[in-house]
Design a protein around this ligand. Sequence first.
Ligand code: 5GP
Length: 198
Amino acid sequence: MSNKASVLPKARIVIISGPSGCGKTTLHKALLISPLLKGRLVKSISATTRSKRPGERQGKDYLFLSTEVFEERIKKGYFLEWERVFDNYYGTPKKQALNLLKKGINVLLCIDVKGARTVAQEFPKALKVFIKAPSMKVLESRLKARGSESKESLELRLKVARRELKEAKYYDHVIINADLNKALGMLQQIVCHELGID
Ligand code: 5GP
């Protein structure tokens, strides 16, 4: 009997989660352009209903959608997973991720802990990495330094961060981002090792 699974490409989903302000955006962007992973790990562009931050580009950082369009797409089964995070919708478009996997390209999802759980149920082999700031105090000062959050948004992000940190134990690896270069080194090492890239 032929074993179909053995001839399928062994691409994997890599999930990076962590509280807002922990540095996961900077880290994942650096990860994607690292020489060993460039072209072998591609980020899934999430859709969101939140407003664009300065410098963000439509279709590059996020697919920015209206609430109406997002809700229509939920109904049509457009998302692999979707969640409400900080009073906005965020979701992973299904087709894009599945097409990459079919081509044998590993897919990076930078998603919240609830979305990560949903994806991990469907893809038990997904590699899950959690990024932490060294402390809540450091997280708060990083969020403040970003300057893009209102007082309410900052409070909400800190409250959600406390909840998200409790989920770290369900991840395959936890990286404490005290020093960006060291954290990036660890992330590269973990991802390359787990994906069998050297
Ligand atoms: P931000 O607004 O700071 O870009 O992202 C807020 C949170 O939403 C982060 O924790 C981020 O990882 C999460 N997020 C971004 N895209 C997605 C997605 O497609 N699905 C889910 N579940 N969370 C997402």
